[in-house]
Every structure is written in C-alpha cells, then in structure tokens.
Write a protein of this length. Structure first.
Length: 221
C-alpha cells in the first residue's frame, strides 16, 4: 500500500525504485517522496497514470510542465487549478480540461473564458459552467439555449433580460417545468409557456397566473 512510504526511512524515500513501486499502487503517495523525486518528470508521469491528484505533490516546476498538465486534465479537468498562469491561457490545455470537467472553466484565463468554442465545450459537459464565461457570451443566444435546454433550473440565476426572453423561457420550462417560477411575470399568463411547463411538471401550475390555474385543459395535463 502506497501509504507505507509515509513511515519509511528517509533513505527509502530517496530510493527511486521504492518510490516508483509506491506510486504504482497509489499515485498520491508521491507526497511522501523526497523532493528530488517529486521533481523527476518520468516518475511524476508514472504517478499521474494511477492518480491525477499526484500532480498536486509534484515539484512546482513540474506543475508548470505542459505535457504533464495535459496528461492530468484529460483525466480530471479540475487539475487545471494547479496550472501556471501561462498554461491557464493555453487553449489546448484549457479545452482538454473543460471538455472533461466543464466547471474547470473558472480557472482559465479571462480571454479563454470569453472564447465561444471554449465556453461551448464547457457547457456541453456541464451547463452550469456557463456562469464562468466572460463578457458578451453571457448573453449569447446559442449558448443560452444550450444551457437552459439541458438544465432549466439555471434560469433562476440568469440575468433579467434572459428571464424575459420567451424562447429562452420555453427552453427552460421544457426541461424543468418549475423554472416557470423564475420567468418574467408575463409568461405566467402565456398559454404555451404554461402548457409546456405543466406538461413537464404538473406542479408548475402553481406558478401560473390565476386565470390559467382555472383552465380545465391545463389541470388535466
């Protein structure tokens, strides 16, 4: 078990063969290795094959190594948090990270959080990653439709202009009828919007205008 390295003599923590065997069993045991071995690129790469969290325990210069970081983020996008400022602006690295874990978008450089292709890849993996986007993309219709059609509940966190857009509200309630409660008030009187919401979730009728709550056909949905 790799944790045995914690209790090993210092001389063994410097022994590459011993440490290599330990990280094969548990990549995170790299944390117990001597600093010289935590700066050994091939050993760190070996540890990453077994546990991407090993990147956290690699020497600082290796956490700035592009090939190692790329290896890590392809398996766990959240490892982007350990990237250097330079690599946070590396499009290939960031794209690999957000494609694996959309929420990793929050670590990317601002210019990449404002790039359509990067943000699109992130929201395709995790719709909530949208809120880490920068600039005009926060009002980009295509992205908003993708986000709300996959997770209508996110309408609650959108800007008022989004909650007042009929197409976007329709996309949201078709996915999650209860999103009607977060839509602009005018849509609570909109027959089609309310119908779509109730068809998805009958309980959404409680958020409709009073005159629609008396509608027999809606109550039968």
């Amino acid at each position: 078990d790799g944790s045995a390295l914690l209790f090993a003599d210092e001389s063994l923590k410097r022994d590459r063969c011993i440490v290599s065997e330990a990280v094969k069993k548990a990549g995170w045991s790299l944390m117990f290795a001597h600093a010289e071995l935590r700066a050994d690129k091939s050993l760190v790469a070996e540890a990453l094959q077994h546990d991407v969290l090993a990147l956290k325990f690699a020497a600082p210069e290796l956490r700035r190594d592009r090939s190692l970081l790329l290896q890590a983020v392809k398996r766990n996008g959240e490892m982007l948090r350990f990237a250097s400022e330079e690599l946070l602006g590396d499009r290939e690295v960031v794209l690999a990270a957000v494609s694996q874990q959309g929420s990793a978008l929050r670590f990317a450089a601002p210019e990449l959080r404002a790039e359509f292709g990067i943000v699109q890849a992130a929201v395709n993996q995790n719709p909530a990653a949208f809120f880490h986007a920068c600039g005009p993309l926060r009002m980009e219709m295509g992205l908003l439709l993708t986000v709300l059609s996959r997770d209508g509940s996110l309408l609650s966190e959108m800007l008022p202009a989004v909650r007042a857009n009929r197409d976007l509200v329709l996309a949201a309630v078709k996915n999650d009828g209860s999103a009607l409660m977060h839509a602009h008030g005018k849509f609570r009187k909109d027959d089609e919007v309310v119908m779509e919401a109730v068809q998805q979730n009958g309980r959404a009728l409680q958020f409709a205008a009073e005159e629609l709550r008396c509608n027999r056909s809606l109550c039968l949905e």
